[in-house]
Design a protein around this ligand. Structure first.
Ligand SMILES: *[C@@H]1O[C@H](CO)[C@@H](O)[C@H](O)[C@H]1NC(C)=O
Ligand SMILES: *[C@@H]1O[C@H](CO)[C@@H](O)[C@H](O)[C@H]1NC(C)=O
Length: 262
């Protein structure tokens, strides 16, 4: 190697070292929402989104909508951008972890940020007893890449319906979680009934379990946890929304469950 080449090489290496990026600190927020959603409810599998529901239009009294957010990163920021919602309407962000539903926080001031740890959350719109106006909110995920918690989901929006899990029969898997919000788009007070339950036995359902949450008093209140072959008493969602959450552990998988509501 001649000396000129050596100097060029040393200079180049020095430049490469000084230009090296800062230590990896996780993914930043997207500069703009990557997708736009305009439906009442939905499943959002994106690093950011703009949720615009009836923006500039009206929303019927007693409307319920649930969006499931499953972002790829560890932290999420929810922000209210524009809103015609009234004081009697509620827009809540609920954390979802492997252990079920957590706290709900109200998003009601323009510009307000609600920041959560964890990649999964639910957004619930609960309109009061009179018509209201639409809104736009956004969320942005950032931070480290996280493992997906929820394997399966269905958002039930018809006035009545039923569901069997696993969807394709057979046994459920180990270490899986499934989330089934029930929020009929026609206002009502649906009653949920399980007709079949076949889960691993556990004295306090500590291995595999089904939890029922009832939207009440501005939060998802856990009203039942069961397993084995226990058929729980029926639950009426007096405020028009609820959630079924299924969770299994690392061994013993059975055939799951059936429920219906109307
Ligand atoms: C919400 O977060 C964004 C981005 O970090 C920031 O620019 C904005 O000022 C925050 N709003 C409030 C009210 O703190
Ligand atoms: C379950 O729902 C399907 C439509 O999704 C319907 O055809 C069927 O009759 C329902 N079964 C019961 C037992 O309600």
């Amino acid at each position: 190697m001649n000396s000129t080449l050596a100097i060029v090489l040393v200079t180049f290496l020095f430049a490469a070292v000084t230009a090296a990026p800062q230590p990896y600190q996780g993914r930043p927020e997207d500069p703009e929402p990557s997708i736009t959603v305009t439906t009442c409810g939905g499943y959002l599998d994106a690093s950011s989104a703009s949720i615009e529901f009836q923006l500039g239009g009206s929303i019927r009294a007693d409307m319920r909508c649930v969006w499931i957010v499953q972002a790829p990163y560890s932290m999420q920021r929810f922000n209210l951008v524009s809103s015609g919602l009234k004081e009697t309407d509620e827009l809540y962000i609920t954390t979802v972890s492997a252990a079920g539903l957590g706290n709900s926080e109200k998003l009601d001031t323009l510009g307000q940020n609600i920041t959560l740890q964890g990649r999964t959350a639910m957004i619930t719109l609960v309109v009061g007893h009179s018509p209201t106006l639409g809104f736009r909110m956004e969320y942005y995920a950032s931070g480290s890449t996280e493992v997906q918690i929820i394997k399966s989901h269905t958002i039930l929006t018809t006035a009545k319906g039923n569901l069997s899990y696993p969807f394709d029969g057979g046994n459920y898997l180990n270490n899986e979680r499934a989330l089934f919000p029930i929020a009929p788009s026609v206002p009502g007070h649906p009653t949920l009934r399980f007709t079949r339950v076949d889960l691993e036995l556990g004295s306090s359902c500590q291995f595999d379990s089904i939890r029922i949450y009832n939207w009440f008093d501005w939060r998802y209140l856990q009203v039942a946890i069961f397993c084995e072959n226990t058929i729980p008493t029926s639950v009426t969602f007096q405020d028009g929304a609820g959630v079924v959450f299924f969770s299994s552990d690392s061994s013993v998988a059975k055939t799951g469950f059936d429920f219906q509501y109307e």
